[in-house]
Design a protein around this ligand. Structure first.
Ligand code: HEM
Length: 141
């Protein structure tokens, strides 16, 4: 019997690139998520949080962290853990004030990108369920 294909086998690196680009394209101008990502990355890299050009390369690095995490989680190469160690996602999100409104917004933005991909229903559902459960698990307020 043939093994079912992993989401990574079905989407490829290109699919996870498109998904995370759609998400990160919307983040900087989102009224809830924008300030969180901007302020964090600006502080890490000592740039002005309102300076889009200065932030852009750091947003791109953040997008790659999310892409590599998802690739690893869904059956692709383990580049994320090779570079960042164990994901410990809930712990890594503790510095951010994540209430239900923030988690719901994160999901809305991710689902908008997911919807644009035109995935087959089973794959679409698998990703939606994973994102929903993980986002709710990040709530820390
Ligand atoms: C619930 C709402 C969420 C908020 C407000 C939020 C916010 C953030 C912020 C501000 C960062 C820092 C950007 C960076 O340096 O990478 C971050 C990082 C990250 N987030 Fe989230 N996040 C949320 C949910 C999620 C979910 C559901 C996932 C996974 C599906 C996720 C995966 C990641 C990953 C992999 C990183 C990079 C961690 C690292 O290696 O440093 N986040 N998040």
């Amino acid at each position: 019997m043939t093994q079912p294909q992993s989401p990574y086998q079905r989407l490829g690196m290109d699919g996870f690139d498109r998904l995370t680009r759609g998400f990160y394209d919307a983040v900087p101008n989102d009224d809830i998520l924008g300030p969180m990502y901007r302020n964090y990355l600006a502080q890490m890299h000592e740039v002005d949080p309102a300076d889009d050009a200065a932030l852009a390369p750091h947003m791109e690095e953040a997008r790659i962290r999310l892409r590599d995490f998802l690739v690893q989680r869904f059956g692709g190469p383990t580049t994320y853990s090779d570079q960042r160690g164990h994901p410990r996602l809930r712990m890594r999100h503790m510095p951010f004030h994540i209430d239900h409104a923030a988690a719901e917004r994160w999901l809305e933005v991710m689902f908008a990108s997911l919807d644009d991909m035109g995935l087959e229903p089973d794959l679409y559902r698998e990703l939606r369920v994973f994102f929903t459960q993980t986002a709710l698990f990040m709530v820390n307020q």
